[in-house]
Write a protein that binds this ligand. Structure first.
Ligand code: DAV
Length: 376
């Protein structure tokens, strides 16, 4: 066995080594979150009234039922492909109203475990998050995480953000929130394009999905939910074994990297054509490492997207360097993968899109067979 391979129930260094075990999120019991200031930069404007009217209430039963069925589909397809699947179970934590010394929220969570847990090697890091309604979301995974820890995984929690008022830019222009991710024609003066975000630098905050793992190198994105201090926390926590590189995309509302810059194997990365990479050093690093940057087709799923763009089509989960898990209705994306020599494995998952997450969002790979390597 390679010296760098750790014999541990948790071990994953990148997004494409052969997947052995994965967590798939759950959606049952989800509550409509309040349209708080920071959520306006996340919820698409055409649904603001829905959130204003229904905050704290359950989502329509049918909507939740269909999304839950999509997650079950995902579980079964993964099992058919030989992957061990763990689910968080019927944990209600976070779905009821709560208050902290700094704020009150009617509760919310979603199934996107990718935002909450960052697995790096044999370590599970709980992200501090930055949206108030998701404050307690890590609690949904505690039983699972603790089980991995008992069996030898390392477990840490980044300092929990207080999410006090100081964490948010209250003067952030509402007009900028209208420019959602993946829309074209965005002027260069919009929030993140000029370096202004809904979160401030008052304390570290991050969502795990703003980090993408490429072995020893990890890309990190300053976004509406991840600030520079959050990136610094991860950087120092993982040094000197890992190098964290900041990356910026032409994105008027960046939230999570996994529908923007998505590796599909060693040497190949998908780049969302609506959100090109704006970091010359990162582009140079990929070029030097001999990486191919590919442009996938736009998603076509005919469903509601409350909290994301259509680019969930490229939010894929690699089972290994050959098999790619893709949403079953995304015909152009499926065709694209065939053309580049991958084997698409289809999952009927579109009914989950309404809650903001694709196949990568709703999963967290806890074990992939592979070793810690440098790819650049
Ligand atoms: O809007 O492109 C990003 C992933 C959300 N968890 C988007 C989806």
């Amino acid at each position: 066995m390679n010296a760098l391979r750790i014999d541990n129930p948790v071990c994953s260094y990148n997004e494409w080594d052969p997947l052995e075990e994965v967590i798939v999120g759950s959606i049952e019991g989800v509550t409509v979150p309040a349209l708080s200031h920071e959520m306006k930069a996340f919820v698409r404007r055409e649904y603001w009234d829905f959130y204003r009217e229904r905050a704290g209430q359950p989502y329509p039963v049918e909507m939740v039922k269909k999304a839950a069925a999509a997650l079950d589909n995902l579980e079964h397809v993964l099992q058919d492909q030989g992957v061990i699947v763990r689910r968080p179970g019927p944990v209600r934590l976070g779905s009821e109203p709560f208050r902290t010394p700094h704020f009150e929220a009617p509760g919310f969570f979603n199934a996107d475990v990718r935002d909450v847990l960052l697995v790096v090697g044999d370590e599970i890091i709980e992200a501090p998050m930055s949206q108030r309604c998701r404050y307690f979301e890590h609690g949904r995974y505690r039983a699972l995480v603790q089980d991995y820890w008992r069996r030898g995984a390392r477990w840490s929690a980044a300092p929990k953000a207080t999410m006090s008022d100081a964490l948010y830019d209250w003067d952030y222009p509402e007009a900028d929130m209208a420019w959602f991710r993946g829309e074209s024609g965005v002027p260069d003066t919009v929030g993140p394009l000029v370096g202004r975000f809904i979160t401030t630098e008052a304390e570290p905050c991050f969502d795990a999905a703003d980090f993408t793992r490429f072995g020893r190198d990890i890309l990190a994105q300053r976004s509406q939910v991840t600030n520079e201090l959050g990136i610094q926390w991860v950087e120092r926590h993982l040094a000197p074994h890992y190098r964290v590189h900041r990356v910026k995309f032409r994105d008027p509302g960046p939230v999570h990297m996994d529908a923007t810059w998505v590796p599909v194997g060693k040497g190949r990365v998908l780049s969302c054509p609506d959100r090109p990479c704006l970091s010359p050093e990162v582009l140079e690093m990929f070029k030097r490492g001999g990486w191919e940057v590919l442009s996938p087709p736009r998603g076509i799923a005919d469903v509601e997207f409350h909290m994301s763009s259509r680019w969930l089509s490229m939010n894929v989960l690699m089972l290994d360097e050959e098999r790619v898990l893709v949403e079953a209705t995304e015909a152009p994306t499926i065709q694209f993968f065939r053309e580049i020599g991958l084997k698409p494995v289809l999952v009927d998952f579109k009914d989950h899109y309404v809650f903001g997450g694709g196949l990568h969002c709703a999963t967290c790979d806890v074990r992939r067979r592979g070793t810690l390597e440098s790819y650049f």
